[in-house]
Design a protein around this ligand. Structure first.
Ligand code: PAF
Length: 279
């Protein structure tokens, strides 16, 4: 497995693979890899001749008061996991390799206004910008993203369609701990009491899945789901919403494919979870 730091080195490796007619898959990450990332790398390994994992804590997707500095990092552990899962290359740039006084950004209208975009106004512009850059640098045939970040996935799919990126986006299912908590690098911030409290997200998701098929409207569904979270004293809801699966706009009747998504603070840690419902 190779490790590259710069854009030029990475392009040279990929160019040689392409010259040999090999297909390339990309798993973009911010590192501190867990089983959720491992599942993306495994899927990428199955479907491509060469596997690239990018490990880059992208500063442009963090707001001024967010956890950029505190975001967990452990490159030695990440590279061991990538090696074990059969990655061929880790692209691990420094911020200055990726950004040199940037003036060009990629943003997407509408889909980034609701849900996480409401409380993280610059987040998706940063995500779209870095993901576009990674697509230009690695030129993958396929790129793999987790469904836990469902709004991010919808936005990236739309960006790829609108800007004619020549690759396939592959969404992969949420990976959960045995007790239901969705895997996240941010779970590491939780104290033991908070870790226990964080189970209210997956409990609420379970409740939502139980009742959504019963013909209720969004408000009734959300009331059921919110009640589960509100019963947990350490939890504070940022949002629990039912949105159109493609536009990310709130819907009142569940008469189309929807995403049911939530962001909840457990202490100071903001966690997300979701499920999709197809009619
Ligand atoms: O999902 C993430 O970890 C990040 O948002 C991504 C896609 C790697 C871009 O920095």
């Amino acid at each position: 497995m190779q490790i590259t730091k710069t854009v030029d080195e990475t392009r040279a490796v990929v160019k040689e693979w392409k010259r040999q007619g090999l297909t390339v898959g990309l798993v973009p990450t911010m590192g501190f890899l867990h089983e959720g990332h491992a599942s993306l790398i495994e899927r990428c390994r199955q479907e491509n001749d060469r596997v690239v994992v990018s490990v880059f804590v992208n500063p442009t997707q963090f707001g001024p008061n967010e956890d950029l500095e505190a975001y967990p990092r452990d490159f030695a552990r990440d590279s061991a996991l990538c090696q074990e899962k059969g990655a061929d290359l880790i692209f691990h740039p420094e911020p200055e390799d990726m950004y040199d006084d940037p003036r060009a950004y990629v943003s997407i209208e509408g889909l980034s206004d609701n849900l996480c975009g409401k409380s993280r106004p610059i987040h998706f512009r940063g995500v779209c910008t870095v993901v576009s850059k990674l697509f230009h640098i690695v030129a993958p045939d396929r790129a793999y993203f987790g469904e836990k970040d469902a709004q991010q996935l919808a936005i990236i799919r739309k960006m790829v369609k609108d800007l004619n990126f020549d690759l396939k986006i592959v969404g992969c299912p949420i990976v959960r701990e045995a007790d239901g908590l969705a895997k996240s690098s941010r779970n590491t911030y939780l104290s033991p009491a908070e870790r226990e409290a964080a189970l209210c997200l997956s409990r609420s998701i379970r409740r939502g899945k139980e009742v959504i098929g019963m013909g209720m409207d969004s408000q009734t569904l959300l009331k059921e789901m919110r009640a589960v979270i509100e019963a947990e004293p350490l939890a504070r809801i940022d949002y629990v919403s039912v949105v159109d699966a493609l536009t990310m706009e709130d819907v009142s009747s569940i008469n189309r494919d929807v995403l049911v998504a939530m962001a909840v603070y457990i202490g100071k840690t903001r966690l997300i979870d979701n499920f999709s419902y197809e009619i």
